[in-house]
Design a binder for this molecule. Structure first.
Ligand code: HEC
Length: 132
């Protein structure tokens, strides 16, 4: 019973967003849930400026061109991808990174659930800081 109320709630929330006329393709998610999804990225990524791990720092990722962190050794695939990390581009990339950017060295299978992607994108918008 509680479960179905939660589903109804999520549905009503999505409907409210849709009727509010938010134009971008990716719906705004929930930053708190997005922080939990980020646990899957943390082994390889920091949100702090200048802190590269296995992957580059994601500080200021929103609006930043791909492969633009100084000192990080990107794959040729990422260097040549000519992407800018907007919510819609991130949504596509995070669904299946190796399909989106063939040859990327990001060894992560992807986030198949749309709500996980919406939530992490909202979290990154709030927590990753402005693009440098
Ligand atoms: C196993 C390590 C690993 C995990 C887990 C991982 N990444 Fe990555 N990520 C990388 C590496 C390595 C690159 C550089 C890719 C390249 O050069 O091809 C990268 C690149 C990226 C980029 C492009 C950054 C830029 O500067 O252009 C984004 C965005 C990104 N990752 C987001 C995420 C998110 C969000 C998650 C979690 C859902 C995640 N990654 C999980 C290793 C990882």
């Amino acid at each position: 019973m509680r479960h179905s109320i939660a589903i109804l709630g999520a549905f009503a929330f999505t409907f409210a967003l849709a009727s509010a006329g938010i134009v971008r393709a990716v719906e705004a998610g929930d930053a708190e849930s997005g922080k939990k999804v980020f646990a899957k990225c943390q082994a390889c990524h920091s949100l702090d400026a200048g802190v590269n791990k296995i992957g580059p720092s994601l500080h200021g990722i929103m609006g930043r061109p791909a492969a633009s962190v100084d000192g990080f050794k990107y794959s040729d695939a990422m260097k040549n991808a000519q992407l800018t990390w907007t919510p819609d581009v991130l949504d596509h990339y995070l669904t299946n990174p190796r399909k989106s950017v063939p040859g990327t060295k990001m060894a992560f299978p992807g986030l198949p659930k749309p709500e996980d992607r919406a939530n992490i994108i909202t979290y990154l918008e709030q927590a990753a800081g402005a693009a440098p």
